[in-house]
Structure formats: C-alpha cells, structure tokens
Write a protein that binds this ligand. Structure first.
Ligand code: FAD
Length: 415
C-alpha cells in the first residue's frame, strides 16, 4: 500500500482529505492526516465574535466530524519533516512514512516578533482577533469598554485575510454607532502599506468608505515596538501613535515545524510553484493554503480553488503525467463594511479587483467592488457554505477555480 500523508486538518487539509478520499483507489492508497487540535475553527467568524455578532458555537466544531472514515486522523503535534527519508516525526516520537506529502499547516500570529507586544497588557489593552482566544477576550473587553482611542493595526505583510483588519475597523464603527457611543470613540487604522489595502483599485474604493465612517488612516507605519504601560506604538521613523485599546494583527508566520524541518523561508513559508502547487523542496511534497509562499492572498477561498487544482495534480503525479500549471492566484473575498453591507472583490495574480457582477455576468446577484446588502448576505451565507460544502470538498456551483473575466469591467491594456 502507498501512503499519502496530509499535515494539518484546517481548511486546506480537510478539503484535500475529502477530495482525495473520492479519487484515490482504496486498494492501493492509505490516506492519513495529522493535526494538534481537536477543534476545527471557522476563522472568518473570528471577525464577528468580538462584536457579539457570532457566538462561540458558530466558529468551532469537532475536527473529526469533517474527516472521511477511510482517512486516518492522528491527533498529535508535528515535530518535523525529514524530506530525505520521506518521513514525518511527531512530538510523541511516532514516525510516519509517506510516498506523497501535502503540507497544510497554515500560518499563525507571532506577537513575540514585535518588541513589547506581549506582556501584562496582552489581552488586557492589546488584543489580536486572529486566534479564538484573542477574539473571545476582545469580545469580553468590548462588552464593557466605554470608549477612547481605538487603534486597529497591521504589524507587517503578508497576513492572512488581508481585508480582515479593515473589516474590523468598519464593524467597530457600526458597533459603537449602534451602542450610541460612536462620538466617544476615535478609530484609527495604522498600516505599514501606503494605503488601506494591498491592491490600488480596491484601496480607491475603500478610502471613500474610510472617510465616510470617520476612520483615520495612518499609512507607512513600520512598527518597531509597543509601549504597553504608556499605551503607545512606535515606528522605525520615530512616529508614535497613542491608544486606549490596540487591536493588532501581529506578524504572521508559518508553523515553527517548517523551520525545524529546514524547508521554509524567513517567515517559515514553503517555497512552492505558484501554478502547480508542487513544492520546490522535493517532487513528492506539495503545499497548499496559508503554509505556502505563493504571492496570492492567504484566504480560505484561495485554498478552496487551490484544492481543486492540487487534487488533479496529485492524480497526475501518481500517473507520471506532467502537472497542470493552472492555479492563477484566484481569490474571492467579501469585505464587510458594517451597517448590514459588504463589498465583494474577485482577483488573481495579475488582475486587480474590478467592478462588475458575480457569479453571473450582468445578473449577479453579487456586485463587485460595490457596497450592497446582498453582498453582506453573501458573507453571512459563507459560514453555511464553509461548514456544509467547502471543507467537505463539495463543488460550489458556478464558482470556478480560475478567475473568470466575463461580467467584469476589465480595462483593455494598450501596448
Ligand atoms: C480573522 C480572520 C478572518 C478571515 N476571514 C476570511 C474570509 O472572510 N474569507 C476567506 O476566504 N478567508 C478568511 N480567513 C482566512 C482563512 O481562515 C485561512 O486562509 C484558512 O483557514 C487557511 O487554511 P489552511 O488550511 O491553510 O490553514 P489553517 O486553516 O489555519 O489550518 C492549519 C492547521 O494546521 C495545524 N497545524 C499547524 N502546525 C501544526 C503542527 N506543528 N502540528 C500539528 N498540527 C499543526 C493547525 O492546528 C491547523 O488546524 C480569515 C482568517 C482570519 C484569522
């Protein structure tokens, strides 16, 4: 029997287990998956938890519920990959041999990378919302916070779901307005980028919203340290921003297991071919989702598109065929803007977000780069789609893995 081993049972790993369960012959392939957690978290819900818009039960379910019976789930921490021996060593010293390895260990916050970020103030006046604990503690804080300077801050790029910090600022505006204390809260958005978002066209659309919601943008802020006792953040150019409540996205990094295995870059991301998803480490090692170094967004939607292409490439690899160079960096992200509205953006490695309709050309019902209530309903529906279709590897009708140009106002380039 041949062994296919998946590391990580988050969004990407769970999708791959479900896809491969359907296509790998049972009489010649064993499939195993390893994760340190017993819980599968719906991370997009961490945005809503702090504002009491979701309950904890909306964002966590038992991990084994989504792994097919045929796939062996191993609940243990991964110590390292030994690529030369085609083996993975677990923390309890178990050794797992593989013929094909898929790395899907994601990315996580690394607040220890910023001087002074951790300390007595962590989860007291300085919060993250990228972890379950962070989002829950922030919810408890916001329930009683009386107002002051709220600073929403990005430490450095890349981060997973790059629109989430902006969405947090928009939802904060909506939350404090509904509470009747918006005039007592000053919201600033502090970013190392030169604008509110990574893509210039989307930044244009978002700037208008930031102005409308009285959210001050402080760009080009490269954080050096946090002064917890004096409630301020400092950047390398000597600029200081004071806060009463700091909601920060710390540096994001791949799992330390990647470093221990000696296969990652300086942020522990795995060098991966951006079109085939085969790693540049070894031919029989593939990577997917946030764990890769691809220049695509680190998002569940991206992992979903990658999973369809990777499933085909694993089959091709087994059959000795050339891999399909098909992944185009396709991302499809809702941007919650508060007050029951949202934007939708659809883009890939080369095409920036543009106006138009999605998924049906001219019909929608979703509008691209435009704030609508229908888009907000789409964002809320994503939770159901995630738990019931996406991670179970079911095809989502009318949404293709590569970006479609029909129905979009793509500008002609002149040569
Ligand atoms: C606040 C927030 C909002 C978001 N909103 C959206 C959104 O609206 N739309 C969207 O598409 N995406 C969104 N995302 C991003 C999305 O959740 C991630 O991109 C997606 O989960 C990536 O999947 P992954 O499988 O690569 O990593 P993960 O889902 O993080 O899974 C990695 C798994 O690997 C396991 N693991 C790691 N290291 C080890 C080890 N050493 N031993 C054992 N197990 C290990 C972890 O326990 C985890 O289960 C959001 C993320 C956040 C934080």
């Amino acid at each position: 029997m041949k062994q296919l081993l998946i590391l990580g049972a988050g969004t990407s790993g769970t999708m791959m287990a479900n896809h491969l369960n359907k296509v790998l012959p049972k009489d010649s392939w064993n499939i195993s998956i390893v994760d340190q957690e017993e819980t599968h978290y719906y991370q997009p819900g961490f945005l809503f938890l702090p504002f009491d818009l979701y309950k904890t039960k909306d964002v966590k379910k038992k991990i084994d519920k989504f792994i097919p019976k045929r796939v062996k789930l191993i609940n243990e921490k991964i110590e390292r990959i030994d690529k030369d021996k085609n083996e993975v060593v677990l923390k309890n010293n178990t050794i797992l041999s593989y013929d094909i390895l898929i790395v899907a260990t994601g990315t996580n916050i690394a607040p220890q990378e910023i001087e002074g970020m951790l300390g007595a103030h962590w989860h007291k006046s300085v919060f993250d919302f990228y972890t379950y604990e962070g989002a829950k503690n922030l919810r408890d804080k916001l329930r009683t916070w009386k107002g002051g300077k709220l600073v929403v801050h990005i430490s450095e790029m890349p981060i997973k779901c790059p629109v989430a910090p902006l969405e947090f600022a928009f939802l904060a505006d909506s939350f404090f307005t509904n509470k009747g204390i918006r005039d007592q809260v000053e919201i600033s958005f502090v970013t190392p980028m030169s604008g509110a978002f990574t893509k210039p066209k989307a930044t244009e659309a978002l700037n208008y919203l930031l102005e409308q919601k009285h959210i001050k943008v402080i760009p080009d802020f490269n954080i050096e340290s946090v002064d917890g006792p004096n409630h301020k953040i400092m950047d390398y150019a000597g600029e200081e921003v004071a806060y009463d409540l700091l909601v920060t996205i710390p540096t994001n990094m791949g799992d330390p297991m990647i470093k221990r295995s000696g296969i990652g870059d300086e942020l522990n991301y795995i060098p991966t071919d951006k079109a085939t998803l085969q790693t540049k480490i070894k031919d029989n090692i593939f990577a997917i989702g946030d764990a890769t170094n691809l220049p695509a967004s680190k998002a569940g939607s991206v992992a979903h598109f990658e999973a369809e292409i990777l499933t085909e490439n694993i089959q091709r690899y087994i059959a000795g065929k050339e891999l399909k160079k098909e992944f185009d960096g396709h991302a499809n992200c809702f941007i919650e803007t508060g007050h029951g509205k949202a934007l939708l953006i659809d883009f890939n490695y080369t095409q920036e977000p543009v106006k138009g309709t999605f998924p049906f050309p001219g019909v929608g019902p979703l509008s691209l780069l435009k704030e609508t209530h229908m888009n907000h309903m789409g964002k809320l529906a994503f939770k159901w789609i995630y738990w019931n279709m996406l991670i179970k590897g079911k095809h989502i009708p009318f949404v293709s893995a590569t970006m479609q140009t029909s129905g979009k106002q793509i500008e002609e380039t002149t040569h």
